[in-house]
Design a protein around this ligand. Sequence first.
Ligand SMILES: *[C@@H]1O[C@H](CO)[C@@H](O)[C@H](O)[C@H]1NC(C)=O
Ligand SMILES: *[C@@H]1O[C@H](CO)[C@@H](O)[C@H](O)[C@H]1NC(C)=O
Ligand SMILES: *[C@@H]1O[C@H](CO)[C@@H](O)[C@H](O)[C@H]1NC(C)=O
Length: 409
Amino acid sequence: MIHKIILFCCLNLNVFSFYENDFYYAPAVNQFLKNQKKLVNDLFDGYDATIAPIYSQFDLSKPVDYDLMGPKRFNYSIFLYFLKIVEVIEPEEKVSVILEIAETWYDARLTWDPTLYNDIRILYVRQERVWSPTISSFKINDMTDFRDQDFRMVGVDYRGHINSTVSLKMSLNCPLDVTKFPFDTQTCVIQFSLPLFAFKFTQLFNQIYHGILDKTVWKEMGNSEWELVNLTNRIDILSYGDGFGDFQLATFEIKIRRNPMYYLYMIVLPSFIINTLSIIGVFMRKSDRMSKVVYYLINYFTLLFQLNVGLTNIMTMTFILGVMADKIPKTGSIPLLGIHIVVNLFITVVAIGIIVLIGKFKKSVSKKSVMSQKMERTLEDWIDIICMVVLEAAIFANFFVIIGFWIWS
Ligand SMILES: *[C@@H]1O[C@H](CO)[C@@H](O)[C@H](O)[C@H]1NC(C)=O
Ligand SMILES: *[C@@H]1O[C@H](CO)[C@@H](O)[C@H](O)[C@H]1NC(C)=O
Ligand SMILES: *[C@@H]1O[C@H](CO)[C@@H](O)[C@H](O)[C@H]1NC(C)=O
């Protein structure tokens, strides 16, 4: 019983203190709410949110803005204030981004004289109360608008300018040029349009918030693999030259650069080490101070071993090529990394070819005097060393070429 009373008291206290909060009794707030109510009643009296305020009686046969004193085209502006690269799916040439956008347009029916409403200049209302242009993306795979329709608000000012915000996730179709992979830089465009309204009725504008035109901010906009390196905006005109269906595209262009470290650590460096070692392995020889039988036996197994090293290396390289192939679109151009691996593969094949040739050569010279055999063996050793040095030099050169591309890209 007692705790019920206490609870009741507490509730009452809360309730009373809520109502007794001076702020809610502040005369200014009361006055404001009254004025706002009056404003809303006047403003939306006879307003139909399903009808567009776009003037459509321009003479379409004449150029845009032919009458400088006449009505102006409907203005619609997009203002980009944040962007985040989510992922790049190379084989499908898709780039996903998250965009935070503010849009502004103008509705001549929603204007008032602030002096009549105690200087109320801005009104915040649910978006469904006012007419809104439908922002459309152009050439986009997929677009998700995160906002719940019921919770969208707009700000209207007394001159009829309306602001709204949009959070979008877009999946862009972006042709990727992977010739410099993994040191590639890609350019993608994000385009918006107002498709229904002819280009002569409406005018699009786009802008980027200057706060995000900054390299330190761009660092946060990329993901772990891709870094944003430039962000620009422009208005493109889509035209097929026949005057039909010309329209404007509000275009944001992003330039992204791949972080190549993953490929350097996971492909270039291991393949360099494997190749360097396997070239040594392929040309490795046993000492020749041995009996004849043992010498031939060892020679035979050494050849097997050498071939094995070489073939394993070829398989490894092929596997690495496969890993890389999963990351690039199936275009006609061979990426830099692909060329690097194929050159490595080629060097290994050359090494195996030399070993096989030397093996054949050895058989043909085996029925000779001890003296000439000794000479042949010394010659073979020298050939081995020279081939090894040349091929190792080729492996190193190949490695430094790709490192050079990394440094200079
Ligand atoms: C649209 O923007 C242009 C350029 O800023 C301006 O000249 C024109 O008056 C604007 N039109 C309207 C209806 O506000
Ligand atoms: C709309 O946004 C512009 C630019 O940020 C700002 O100047 C204006 O006051 C905003 N209007 C409303 C009604 O919020
Ligand atoms: C971004 O691109 C524009 C247009 O291509 C260029 O003028 C500008 O210098 C570039 N900015 C940076 C930081 O590269």
